[in-house]
Design a protein around this ligand. Structure first.
Ligand SMILES: [Zn+2]
Ligand SMILES: [Zn+2]
Length: 274
């Protein structure tokens, strides 16, 4: 399994010289299995850049998993070129508790919100499948867990052979009115090679953001410690968080936890299994 991060910013894309290092595109993750299965998680603005890779490598059978339908997780979809290619099949998984994926995406691409083509008229073939607690795409097994977020959202764990990682974006680990208690997240990420987890806030900012559905760097580190996971990647960077702020956070946390590998997600970053 190879992983490339195409979008790592939370809430809204940002474009400034202060955020160039970690990037400003909203959530999109690309996973390719050893058998060439192509899995995309979320269609934030980062998915536009994934188009070029898919076209160049003739990826005609794609799986797209939505964690939820907040704008920052689907706003890039109308600009995903493979959608407009006849002969391409896109299998979509996503929560259907509040809205079905079809309806969420149809609304986004309906006139007057999108000018050219309606969601249900795109030339590619779209299939819908249910994101159950455990399902398989090619050689990868995917497990899901509801996260603590204002609208129904799923966290994901990917396993191929002995390699696995968890991707938990838009999750408030210690939410007061939780859907999933903290302990269940500990069990969920246990034995993974690494976790990519929402770390939008410092402890200071979190005090003013209770119930917004995001976690702090400290909470994510605690999760890694409690689950015995040695490699942590912070993601869903808050829009005002600068490269310099992220660098400072990384420096402090690496000093505090020298045995852990601590990184920040960055647009374009690839992650390989050792
Ligand atoms: Zn988000
Ligand atoms: Zn969200």
């Amino acid at each position: 399994m190879n992983i490339t991060l195409y979008g790592t910013r939370g809430s809204i894309p940002v474009a400034s010289k202060e955020t160039r290092k970690y990037g400003g595109n909203t959530t999109c993750l690309y996973i390719e299995s050893t058998q060439d299965d192509a899995i995309i998680v979320d269609a934030g603005s980062g998915i536009r850049e994934l188009s070029a890779y898919c076209l160049k490598n003739k990826k005609q059978d794609l799986t797209l998993i939505f964690t939820h339908y907040h704008w920052d997780h689907m706003q890039g979809l109308p600009f995903f070129a493979p959608l407009y290619l006849k002969g391409t099949t896109i299998t979509i998984y996503g929560p259907d508790k509040e809205v079905t994926p079809d309806k969420a995406l149809f609304h986004q691409m309906m006139r007057p919100y999108f000018p050219t083509v309606s969601w249900r008229d795109v030339p590619s073939s779209i299939l819908y499948k249910k994101a159950t607690l455990k399902f398989r795409v090619g050689s990868i097994t995917i497990q899901t867990i509801p996260t603590n977020h204002p609208n129904y959202t799923i966290g994901l764990k990917f396993t191929e052979g002995k390699n696995s990682f968890a991707f938990l974006t838009d999750n408030e680990l210690l939410a007061r009115n939780h859907i999933t208690p903290y302990k269940k997240f500990v069990d969920f990420v246990k034995n993974t090679n690494f976790i990519i987890h929402d770390a939008a806030y410092t402890e200071e900012i979190y005090k003013t953001r209770l119930g917004w559905g995001h976690s702090t760097y400290t909470q994510v580190m605690q999760l890694a410690i409690d689950a015995g996971v040695d490699h942590v990647i912070f993601t869903h960077h808050d829009p005002p968080t600068t490269d310099q702020a992220i660098d400072t956070i990384l420096r402090d946390f690496r000093k505090k936890y020298p045995r852990k590998t601590i990184e920040a997600a960055a647009d374009g970053k690839t992650i390989n299994f050792k």
